[in-house]
Design a protein around this ligand. Structure first.
Ligand SMILES: *Cc1c(COP(=O)(O)O)cnc(C)c1O
Length: 367
């Protein structure tokens, strides 16, 4: 059986007519950058997230970077975020000139350890940036209380959590603003690069809209030093079609997760923790095992691709060692990085495939 880690072609085939029509519409109108398709998507995505506004940009990294810039974050400021995250979270902070301050993770949730945040706060801290990693939200009630107590702004990195909820509220609706990525493999993916900021703060929206377009609200009048971070019209059109299916796709990811839990039950392998306050959207289904490499090789030999999210933590990356990080600094994150394996999960993954993958994992453990 041929297993894919993700199957974007299958998803395209299921909505091909709508997508092709939407793309043709943009080409016929020649609105290649921003334009009506992007505006429509911004309105619909803001509503979806429970926010007043969305600003569409050219990547998730830009979304986080521009939000920080719009808030005046820069040299001398500190931004607290999780040690277990994709590099972009930390890069977005470093690009503003601010200092990223990492906090180790909770071994259960694999998200920022809420008990360690206060130790990391200094007089220079401006922002706490929780990351809802793998599609599972941080306890935003507890995090929000810490931020409030210390008068800090919360910006969510929701790049892996489109549609995830905590206490029935969607990712993106808790912080002053949130950054989303529409990298093709994300739960809501464009057909190229894309990202968005959601917020209900009107003045923040105005500043971010200027920053994404060379600091200008009026052509050739540049009030701020911005950059080019505009979304393509085609991406807006594609995303607006796909947004309608996001909830059903997230349900399908949950179907896959439920079946993995059932089929992998009883093995010496840790499946993702569940919390009754959360609706998780399983951007990844990450298991933990001793001897991860052997399992990964065995699955690969049996035609089952797996990935590691992420094999080298940010604080051990060569490019970031100058940022004041040192190996050994975040032991929970480091231990996790040695033990994790992401199994295939996507809405179109069938029961037969899940059963085959699970059977091979059982076989590996001599079950
Ligand atoms: C994907 C991702 C980003 C960055 O998004 P891009 O669109 O690739 O720039 C940021 N943070 C996290 C946690 C991500 O997974």
């Amino acid at each position: 059986m041929k297993i894919r880690f993700i199957d974007l072609k299958a998803q395209y085939d299921s909505i091909k007519n709508e997508i092709d029509g939407a793309i043709a519409g943009v080409i016929n109108s020649s609105s290649f950058i921003l334009g009506p398709a992007v505006s429509r998507f911004e309105e619909n995505f803001a509503r979806y997230c429970g926010c007043k506004y969305a600003v569409a940009v050219n990547s998730g990294t830009s979304a986080l970077y521009l939000t920080l810039r719009a808030l005046g974050v820069g040299r001398g400021d500190e931004v607290i975020t999780a040690a277990n995250t994709f590099i972009a979270t930390v890069a977005a902070v470093a690009d503003t000139g601010a200092t990223p301050v990492l906090v180790d993770i909770d071994p259960e949730t694999r998200n920022i350890d809420l008990n360690l945040i206060e130790n990391a706060i200094t007089p220079r801290t401006k922002i706490i940036m929780p990351v809802h990693l793998y599609g599972s939200m941080v306890d935003m009630e507890t995090l929000g209380a810490i931020a409030k107590k210390h008068n800090l702004i919360v910006i969510e990195d929701a790049a892996q959590a489109h549609g995830a909820t905590f206490k029935n509220m969607r990712a993106g609706s808790f912080g002053l603003a949130a950054g989303f990525s529409f990298y093709p493999a994300k739960n809501l993916g464009a057909y190229g690069e894309g990202g968005a900021i959601v917020t209900s703060d009107e003045s923040l929206v105005e500043t971010i809209k200027k920053l994404r377009d060379h600091g200008s609200a009026k052509k050739y009048h540049h009030e701020l030093m911005g950059c080019n971070a505009r979304m393509d019209g085609i991406q807006g059109a594609v995303l607006d079609v796909k947004l309608k299916y996001l909830d059903s796709w997230n349900q399908e990811r949950n179907r896959v997760a439920v079946r993995y839990r059932l089929k992998l039950d009883g093995l010496p392998l840790t499946v993702p923790a569940q919390n009754e306050s959360n609706f998780d959207v399983y951007h990844q289904f990450v298991v933990e095992v001793d001897g991860r490499r052997k399992l990964q090789d065995f699955l690969s030999e049996n035609g089952i691709p797996t990935l590691i999210h992420y094999p080298i933590p940010v604080h051990k990356q060569a490019g970031f060692l100058g940022a004041g990080f040192a190996p050994g600094q975040f032991p929970v994150t480091e231990r996790l990085a040695e033990r994790i394996l992401s199994l295939p999960i996507y809405p179109e993954l069938g029961s037969e495939e899940i059963d085959y993958i699970s059977l091979k994992i059982r076989e590996f453990f001599g079950d």
